[in-house]
Structures are given as structure tokens and as C-alpha cells.
Design a protein around this ligand. Structure first.
Ligand SMILES: Cc1ncc(COP(=O)(O)O)c(C=O)c1O
Length: 441
């Protein structure tokens, strides 16, 4: 009997009691290899001494001081550290407690920027189908995950959704990456023209799409085309790097690999690495200065923003990434994981696509490889694989609705950056077992 309203009250959840590197251990002593970092959170595994000690030290000095009265040392140091490693156009960081809050802050700041700039008619946001930006109402509204949105639709602000950059399903036979990017850019251009470019606040996208599509990187040149179009109309580019940022894709910022610089960037999961809840919004100078020189006040805020212990933990994460070489492990370890995934599943009759970047990988499952036909959604293949993997002691992140919120299944993998080769082998072996059992029985 539990008094907790669990995510799925019908399920009997094991109770996690301990973390050991890449593993979680439940009360019965069962060990689980965490191959998804929960949901791409735990980039340093579950027992990083440096991060834990930094949080403990901070708690002993100062756990919390409300940001309407005080700044605090770890918050200032963390903002310095993030800005120092961001493109020169970024100047400020707004701290929150998670990814949805970072996206809410992005939407409100973008709107306030235009109000203060004397363009209050800008009221529309364009985003992409099959994206996820969080579960609070603003973030849910810009998100394009049909299943998550459906019952809350009457409460959501109107958003225009365009196609995602999803080469496996979206690119036509014989179409080059350039032509595909052009076609998507044209669709965005048309959506903007329909609304009137002067009425649009921002275009919102995940740089690498995480949970909803399953680790889908853009084709080369896509974001450059998007940036050009946004610039032409004075529209802000908001990139959601809550999942794909902070080293997950092999560079601190996923957008570094796209050759573009956004105006606002939301980060969260890998920022705190699971040790404390924290998210942040990187803010360009132009936006920050407009507010500073205008009302002087960002009309937003939550009780726990800039939490000292959370910032101290995230600062220690940054040190581990940059000063102790953990970030540099991501690209080579990611290549190793890719090779192992292609070796194990490259010819698998039910794995239609293997895609990803750094240590964020996705396997799209299909009933028929040749036609790319998805499984019947009623089979709930993704849920069955999750169950099977859990039974085998593997945490991965399977999701359904890959194509349209209803059809399609994929498995997301996001192991910690400290994962070793033996653990990658364990990951692939256990995943192969879970897929085989579920897909063939
Ligand atoms: C890309 C992206 N944006 C936003 C969010 C929301 O973050 P949170 O669950 O911390 O509110 C998520 C969470 O999965 C995400 O993957």
C-alpha cells in the first residue's frame, strides 16, 4: 500500500535505495545498469563523490537564500562557468529547477523581450511536431507530442507546428540532405508567412530530438537554414537542449555541431546530473540588455530558482566535465556504443533505424524493415521491452508514438559518460535479449 500518487498507479515500482556508478540498486538488492540515465539525466552515474561533497559542503554553509533578497556564491560561479563556455553572444543565465521551467522561462522572456522592444504584436510561437519541451502548460503547448497534449488541448496556447527534421521517415527516396533541409525550411517559411513574420515571437526546437522521436539529429545544414529564416523576420531561435545539451551529444552545447548560435537555450538534465534538481536558460546579450534597459525586471520567478545547493552540485558537474576530462570521453565512447549497436542490431529484422550522437542513441523498431511499417500500437511493443529489460536488470527508455503520437516504437539510450566497455557490452546483450523476447514472442 502506497500513499504516493505514482506516475502509473497501476504499476508496482521497485524501490531504489542505492546508486553505484552506472548502476542503481533496489531494496531487494537487484542491480540495474542505467543505460538511459533515467531520462538522459545521470551523466556522471549515481555516486560521484566530487559532486556529492560539493553539495554537502554547500548545505553546511548555506542551503538556500531567496533570490529576491540575495545572490549566492555557487549561483554566480555557475553562471560564470556556463557563460565562459558559451558563444560570445550569451551574457546571462536564468536558473530554474528543471527542463519544463527552463522552457516556460524561455517563452515568457521571449515574449517580454518583444513587448519591451516595442513589438507587442508578436504573439505566436512556431515549433515542431514530435517534439517534447516539458509538461507545464506553456511547454506542453509548444511541444508537438500529440499523445501528451491531447486531453489538455483546451488549456494550451495556440502554437503552429511544422514538420520535424526526421530523415528516416521524412526524407524522400533519392532526396539529398540539402534538398530535405530546403524543403523543411520552405515549410517553416510558409508557416511564418501565414502568421505574418512580424507576429511571430520564436521558433522552438530540440537541437537533437530526444524522448519523442528517439535521438534524432538534424541533417547537416538544417539549422543554418532555420537560423537564416528566423533572422530574416526578426524571430528568435529558442533551442531546447534540456536533454541533448551539457555534453550528451559530445560537445557541451549540441548546437555547436550545427554551426548556429541560438538566442535562448534551455538546459537541465545533465546540468545537475541528477544530484539536485536544476535547469537554466542561457540568454543572449541582446535580450538581456533590452530587459535591463527597459523595465529592468524579468516578470517571472519561482521560490527555488538559483538554489545554492543545486548550483553547487551543478558547478561540480561542470568541473568534472571540463577539468577532469569526462566530457572528452563522450565522443569516443559514443562511437564505441554506435559500433556495438550497429554490430548487434544493424541487420535485426525489427530495428529499422539506429541514430544518435555522442551518448544519445535511438533504435526505431519496425514490424517490417523493407517498408518501415511500424508495429500495431495495440501490441505496446515499447512497454513490453521496458518490462523485459527491467527484469533483466537494464534501464533503457522505450517510447511509443514515434511517428505521430500513436504509431511507432523506439528505444532511447543515454548511458552515463563514465560507462566502460564491459558495461556497454552488458547494455547491448541485455537489450538484444529484451528486444528478441518481446518482438518474437
Ligand atoms: C527536450 C526536453 N525538454 C524539456 C523537458 C522537460 O524537462 P523536465 O522533465 O525537467 O521538466 C524534457 C524532459 O524530458 C526534455 O527532454
Amino acid at each position: 500500500m502506497t500513499h504516493v500518487l505514482h506516475r502509473n498507479p497501476g504499476l508496482d515500482y521497485a524501490c531504489a535505495v542505492r546508486g553505484e556508478g552506472a548502476y542503481l540498486v533496489d531494496r531487494a538488492g537487484k542491480r540495474y545498469l542505467d543505460a538511459s540515465g533515467g531520462a538522459a539525466v545521470s551523466c556522471l552515474g549515481h555516486s560521484d563523490r566530487a559532486v556529492i561533497q560539493a553539495i554537502q559542503r554547500q548545505l553546511e554553509r548555506l542551503p538556500y537564500a531567496h533570490t529576491s533578497f540575495f545572490s549566492n556564491e555557487p549561483m554566480e560561479a555557475l553562471a560564470d562557468a556556463l557563460v565562459a563556455r558559451a558563444p560570445a553572444s550569451f551574457d546571462k543565465v536564468y536558473f530554474v529547477s528543471g527542463g519544463s521551467e527552463a522552457m516556460e522561462a524561455a517563452l515568457k522572456l521571449a515574449r517580454q523581450y518583444f513587448v519591451e522592444k516595442g513589438e507587442p504584436q508578436r504573439a505566436h510561437v512556431i515549433a515542431r511536431r514530435q517534439s517534447y519541451h516539458g509538461n507545464t502548460l506553456g511547454a506542453l503547448a509548444v511541444g508537438g507530442n500529440q499523445w501528451r497534449r491531447r486531453q489538455f488541448e483546451p488549456l494550451l496556447i495556440e502554437t503552429t507546428h511544422v514538420s520535424p527534421c526526421y530523415a528516416y521517415r521524412g526524407k524522400q527516396a533519392g532526396e539529398s540532405d540539402v534538398a530535405y533541409a530546403d524543403r523543411l525550411a520552405f515549410e517553416l517559411q510558409q508557416a511564418i508567412e501565414k502568421l505574418g513574420g512580424e507576429n511571430v515571437i520564436a521558433f522552438v526546437a530540440e537541437t537533437v530530438v530526444g524522448a519523442t522521436l528517439g535521438a534524432v539529429p538534424p541533417v547537416t545544414g538544417y539549422f543554418k537554414r532555420v537560423r537564416e529564416i528566423c533572422d530574416r523576420h526578426g524571430i528568435l531561435l529558442i533551442l531546447d537542449e534540456v536533454m541533448c545539451g551539457m555534453g550528451r551529444c559530445g560537445t557541451l552545447w549540441a548546437f555547436e555541431q550545427e554551426g548556429v548560435v541560438p538566442d535562448l537555450v534551455a538546459i537541465a538534465k545533465g546540468l545537475g546530473a541528477g544530484y539536485q534538481p536544476i535547469g537554466a536558460l542561457l540568454v543572449s546579450q541582446a535580450i538581456a540588455h533590452t530587459i535591463e534597459d527597459g523595465s529592468g525586471f524579468f516578470q517571472h520567478g519561482h521560490t527555488y530558482i538559483g538554489h545554492a545547493a543545486a548550483c553547487a552540485g551543478a558547478l561540480a558537474v561542470q568541473k568534472r566535465l571540463h577539468e577532469e576530462g569526462v566530457l572528452a570521453r563522450v565522443a569516443p565512447t559514443g562511437r564505441l556504443l554506435e559500433a556495438k549497436l550497429r554490430g548487434a542490431f544493424g541487420d535485426h529484422p525489427h530495428v529499422g533505424d539506429i541514430r544518435g550522437r555522442g551518448l544519445l542513441w535511438g533504435l526505431e523498431l519496425v514490424a517490417d524493415r523493407a517498408t518501415r511499417r511500424p508495429f500495431d500500437p495495440q501490441l505496446q511493443v515499447h512497454a513490453r521491452i521496458k518490462r523485459e529489460a527491467l527484469a533483466a536488470g537494464l534501464l533503457c527508455y522505450p517510447m511509443g508514438g514515434t511517428l505521430d503520437g500513436r504509431q511507432g516504437d523506439h528505444i532511447l539510450l543515454a548511458p552515463p559518460f563514465i560507462v566502460d566497455e564491459a558495461q556497454l557490452d552488458e547494455l547491448v546483450d541485455k537489450l538484444a535479449m529484451a528486444i528478441t523476447l518481446e518482438v518474437h514472442t
